[in-house]
Design a protein around this ligand. Structure first.
Ligand code: AMP
Length: 139
């Protein structure tokens, strides 16, 4: 499948749509999920235009997992979570709703988390979680 330049995360990367950023470097952006499945639910995306994990080259994939680890550690501490669930969906049939590859960092069990992409967060709650995560990542 060819990459859709008009997908929501492509627009966020171009600065055409806002996001609550918690981390950024030359290859990666991390921001709060606006329909969090638990407080602190964060997304980590590569800047390269990959629809699924299969579209990322090995070097970009290797870099991304290091950044996922960094952000997940910050989310775990910031949210005082005992555990972190990482998940990553590839293709509509797997439930992927935004066609730009990303990892979900969820400070909860998937079994008890809210439904996927279902309920908009209270902006104040989202901002306060972002603030705690940013403090861990020192941005
Ligand atoms: P997936 O279904 O794995 O593609 O996940 C896409 C995620 O992006 C869902 O958890 C949505 O809640 C989230 N999402 C959709 N639009 C936005 C947005 N504008 N900013 C932040 N998160 C978003």
């Amino acid at each position: 499948m060819s990459y859709d330049n008009e997908n929501i995360f492509a627009k966020i990367l171009r600065g055409e749509l806002p996001c609550l950023k918690v981390y950024e470097d030359d290859q990666t952006l991390a921001f709060m999920d606006i329909m969090p499945q638990a407080t602190g639910h964060t997304l980590v995306i590569p800047k390269s235009p990959a629809t699924t994990i299969f579209d990322l080259n090995a070097a970009a994939a290797a870099d991304l997992i290091v950044k996922v680890q960094l952000v997940a550690k910050a989310v775990k501490t910031a949210m005082n979570a005992d555990g972190i669930t990482l998940f990553q969906l590839n293709g509509e049939s797997a439930g992927q709703t935004v066609p730009h590859m990303h990892f979900h960092v969820l400070p909860a069990s998937i079994a008890t988390a809210r439904a996927h992409a279902s309920e908009m967060a209270d902006p104040k709650e989202l901002e306060s979680a972002a603030k705690l995560i940013r403090a861990q990542l020192k941005i």
